[in-house]
Design a protein around this ligand. Sequence first.
Ligand code: MN
Length: 482
Amino acid sequence: MTELTTILTAPHLAPADQELIRQAYTLALKAHGGQKRFSGEDYISHPLAVASILAELRADAETIAAAILHDTVEDTAITLGEIEKKFGKNIAFLVDGVTKLGKLKYQGLERHVESLRKLFVAMAKDLRVILIRLADRLHNMRTLAYVPKEKQRRIAIETLEIYAPLANRLGIWKLKGQLEDAAFPYAYPEEYLAVMRLRKTKGKESVKRLEKIYRTLSRELVNQGLKTAQIDYRVKYLYSLYQKLKRHHMDINQIYDLSALRVIVPTLPDCYQTLGLVHTLWKPVPGRLKDYIAHPKMNGYQSIHTTVFTGDGGTAEIQIRSESMHEAAEYGLASHLFYDESGKPRNGGPLGPTRKKVAWLQDLIEWQKQIEESGQFLTELKTDFFEDRIFVFTPKGDVIELPKGATALDFAYAIHSDVGNHAAQATVNGKFVAMDTQLKNHDLVRIETKKTAHPSPKWLAIVRTSMARKHIKNYLQRSIKT
Ligand code: MN
């Protein structure tokens, strides 16, 4: 099957979608005619591969068509005007966004900062631009061997530091894992070989064990009436294994989830029923049970992880999740981006109902606008944006997302500017705390307001979010004038 056929036969595409994609292909093929990649392949192989990555993520037809056209404006005689005339405003917008981001790819740091800036501005308008850019990067990583040697390491490190974290923030873990594993050997060749060797010694043994568990568990699940459960293996991504090994003095015996059995069941209650069954069949290793369903990970990941003794001196990790949790884990934000709650494709709407989910993006844009010097931008970008975020709860149980290090006062402003401006007293998990207390993941925070309470210049030193800082500054300026 050709790459184009693979894309066109993606199960989520309708006949009209296929026609649109076919037309994009015809134009791109003609436009790139004669051009070659570093690998010697016809150039069209690249946009097709990018489109194929996106089709696998179940991107909508506009995104796939734009991916096929993504290098035409930059590298061929085709103009943006022609694309708009033939394919409409949305696709032209996407191609333009990707072109602008791509233009700056092989330049110095200063220029790179500028391109990141554009990346984020584009992101606010339509996240699909970012997805195309990430898929573009993934295919470029997969063909990095053909790029001049002196460029390889820099591109690989950039992928690890900028692109993979971005995929992670968007919740597309598959893309994150693939980007990292493609970049790893070029960025840190020695470490890569060391991790490969470690995994080899241990890998076979653990897969054998999983196979045994798999047989027993599938049989027992059927006996319990859970006929629809799916079970598969997942082997840990190599770069992610490396990160974990570094935290455990490179001791592979400390890694419990080198490979894991994944059990996907229809509903949430089935998850706990399955956990009960697993623990009846095999004794759990103490302290290894993690309920990320009740307490999702910071990036929204939900699953139950448990490690059990397999009876032959070894252990195995078992991950249990519902179908919808699995969906979210595989496709991340992409699953919300392209489809509405009923599973119908969204009509190319930039953000729309997903706006709430990506509130952090709005905060990012706000804050990015305020930073004047580009030098500062990259440092702040790394510390503020790519660092993990925390999720804390209001007394009503609403989830508020904040950057790590955010204080009770940041929380108050995140609720509402009025709550922030009149914040008088904070409690965290039922205890009174000072306003500058740094919040931890899953804290329950309550803010009491008083009419008489108001911002002072000192507050600026307490807050961590740009939103809070902006409101405090506004308040202080207003009170000077009056
Ligand atoms: Mn490209």
